[in-house]
Design a protein around this ligand. Structure first.
Ligand SMILES: Cc1cc2nc3c(=O)[nH]c(=O)nc-3n(C[C@H](O)[C@H](O)[C@H](O)COP(=O)(O)OP(=O)(O)OC[C@H]3O[C@@H](n4cnc5c(N)ncnc54)[C@H](O)[C@@H]3O)c2cc1C
Length: 308
């Protein structure tokens, strides 16, 4: 079976999610990896399980990417992307063009045409048998193990085939040295009780000491304390860190839907009855404005630093 994976990019570099999507796709067959920025081709070529890297300098615009994938589709049985914002934007367009029902957000592959995906905000798992001749899939990257970066696949360069109707006017990218939320090993999340964007610096400082990504509840995002792309949950990002530190977060179902893959949860909350405390592996009961600065200072004193 032949598989085409659309590489996920973090600005011009390969996102850590790509190695995980390749890990998933390799269960289906030989993987060709489509990379839309030449700067990312050498990292792509090093991924184990990649038979060939296809490099194409297409603007990162959903219409253009879907058109390019459509032109490559006749050569593949599966076309796979990460369930990132780009994947969610591109793959339904591609599926519509190919007149295919996509299977989205898969977390396990049980056979050549049998996939598991969460439904009802992660409260149930659905096993889908896809009887179509060609499969368009998005993969929840955090559910799969990454392949190693020790390969050396050949690179084929495509001349770009941007449809005339698609024109990228401008692209505004977030520059950050904080780890990617979707693939970070440690995440510190803050809730609305942090009180302000300034107060959220407490969460960011703790995150910086731990080399962690920073997340937020929807309530904190809606209040303007944290940017939209930090939102974790049903309508935000799905994360699966080794450690999730939930600071002043109640543990509403819609937030828990985003952290079900977290291996250990540490809750800092003043309410011992908060739902997050009930599911946490470790709970520190008290005022976050006392606990978080103390914890940050203690970790700094211990010389704990995963960054730099
Ligand atoms: C359709 C839909 C989709 C949604 N999607 C999402 C989503 O993707 N992500 C998401 O997060 N939410 C989502 N929500 C919102 C969700 O239901 C909750 O409202 C939200 O998660 C609550 O955020 P919070 O924990 O910051 O606030 P609250 O629920 O208000 O909890 C605040 C917590 O902070 C604690 N606290 C207060 N002060 C302190 C202090 N000084 N020290 C320590 N602890 C303190 C309190 O005890 C409490 O547990 C969604 C809701 C709907 C209806």
């Amino acid at each position: 079976m032949s598989v085409l994976v659309l590489a996920d990019l973090d600005n011009t570099q390969l996102s850590p999610a790509t190695a995980r999507v390749v890990g998933a796709a390799a269960q289906l067959g030989a993987v060709d990896l489509l990379v839309l920025d030449p700067a990312a081709t050498s990292a792509a070529s090093a991924l184990q399980g990649v038979a060939k890297v296809i490099s194409a300098a297409v603007p990162l615009e959903a219409k253009a990417i879907a058109a390019l994938l459509e032109s490559l589709a006749p050569h593949y049985d599966y076309i796979v992307a990460s369930a990132s914002s780009v994947g969610k934007d591109v793959m339904p367009r591609l599926a519509a063009k190919l007149d295919i029902q996509p299977v989205t957000d898969i977390i396990a592959i049980e056979g050549a045409s049998c996939f598991v995906r969460p439904v009802y905000a992660g409260n149930a798992l659905e096993t889908v048998s896809d009887s179509q001749a060609k499969h368009v899939l998005t993969v929840r990257a955090s559910a799969f193990r990454p392949v190693a970066g020790t390969g050396s696949a050949p690179v084929e360069t495509l001349s770009s085939t941007v449809p005339a109707a698609a024109r990228l006017i401008a692209q505004h990218r977030t520059e950050s040295d904080v780890p990617d939320l979707s693939t970070a090993q440690v995440v510190v999340g803050g809730g609305v009780s942090v009180g302000s964007a300034e107060g959220f610096k407490l969460i960011e400082n703790l995150g910086a000491v731990l080399g962690a990504a920073v997340g937020a509840t929807r309530a904190a995002v809606d209040a303007g304390y944290a940017p939209n792309d930090w939102q974790v949950g049903q309508t935000g990002k799905i994360i699966a860190p080794d450690i999730y530190i939930a600071v002043g977060i109640s543990g509403a179902l819609q937030h828990l839907a985003g952290i079900q893959g977290a291996k250990k949860i540490i809750a800092i909350n003043k309410d011992p009855e908060a739902p997050i405390v009930k599911i946490a592996d470790v709970a520190l009961i008290g005022d976050l404005f006392e606990i978080v600065p103390q914890l940050t200072a203690e970790l700094q004193n211990l010389g704990v630093s995963r960054r730099g």
